[in-house]
Design a binder for this molecule. Structure first.
Ligand code: SAH
Ligand code: DHB
Ligand code: MG
Length: 222
């Protein structure tokens, strides 16, 4: 009953505020056909990422965890001309599906997909010393979150915004004795963020098609 209601409200929001989009639908369909897990962000959440990135004028966006490129399309569409999304993906099969999906969405020229363990890609980005990122979306393996945060922070400008997905985990985030590796990992991630004086952060709980979960939102303040 509860999940039915959350799904109904997500559908209502989608129908009211998010225009039908054949390109995004095709990205999900092809991800599914290629056997990728159905764990992309919801339409409402994709729009939220896009609004946050656009609202803060992000020109350089970093995503960790590409899957089939669904959230990447939302984020790439937030970019101004000349903007860039760098998205990191471990699985080459996922990256190949994402490549086709972002190209079909017409944003391929702004999207760079780096294949490999995100930790290695983040270290490479640091070595390359490119322009700093304005916006970071962490959505890969939960066990890596604390490292992704530590490695992303030096790549960010002051004022950058960071969103990390799947933080609440049906409320288990508040269970200090959980033995679930993902819960332990996000709790550790939250503690690392909390202890970092250069960011100010909060966690917002969400319900919807992706059950009861939530995200961490942080801004790099210095
Ligand atoms: N952001 C996507 C969903 C990402 S799902 C969307 O909303 O559309 C998580 C992705 O992280 C998967 O594709 C998985 O292969 C990838 N991943 C898992 N471990 C990783 C690692 N160590 N480095 C980079 N990507 C990883
Ligand atoms: C899973 C991963 C995600 O990023 C998500 O949003 C939902 C589920 C998973 O690995 O099961
Ligand atoms: Mg997620």
């Amino acid at each position: 009953m509860t999940q039915d209601l959350w799904t109904r409200v997500d559908r209502y929001v989608g129908e009211l505020l998010i225009a039908p989009d054949a390109t995004l639908d095709a990205a999900l369909r092809d991800s599914d056909a290629a056997g990728l897990p159905p764990i992309a962000v919801s339409p409402a959440y994709g729009r939220m990422l896009q609004l946050l990135a656009r609202g803060m004028g992000a020109r350089r966006v970093l995503e960790i965890g590409t899957l089939g490129g669904y959230s990447a399309i939302w984020l790439a569409r937030a970019l101004p001309p000349g903007g860039r999304l760098v998205t990191l993906e471990l699985n080459p099969r996922h990256a190949a599906v994402a490549r086709r999906n972002v190209d079909r969405a017409g944003v391929g020229d702004r999207v760079e997909i780096r294949v490999g363990p995100a930790q290695e890609s983040l270290r490479a980005l640091a070595r390359e010393g490119g322009a700093p990122f304005d916006f970071v979306f962490i959505d890969a393996d939960k066990v890596g979150y604390a490292d992704y945060f530590r490695l992303s922070l030096p790549l960010c400008r002051t004022g950058a915004m960071l969103v990390a997905d799947n933080i609440v985990r049906e409320g288990e985030v508040a269970n200090a004795s959980s033995a679930d590796a993902n819960v332990v990992a996000v709790r550790h991630f939250n503690e690392v963020v909390a202890a970092e004086p250069r960011v100010s952060a909060t966690v917002i709980q969400t319900v919807g098609v992706k059950k009861y979960d939530g995200f961490l939102l942080a801004v790099v303040t210095s």
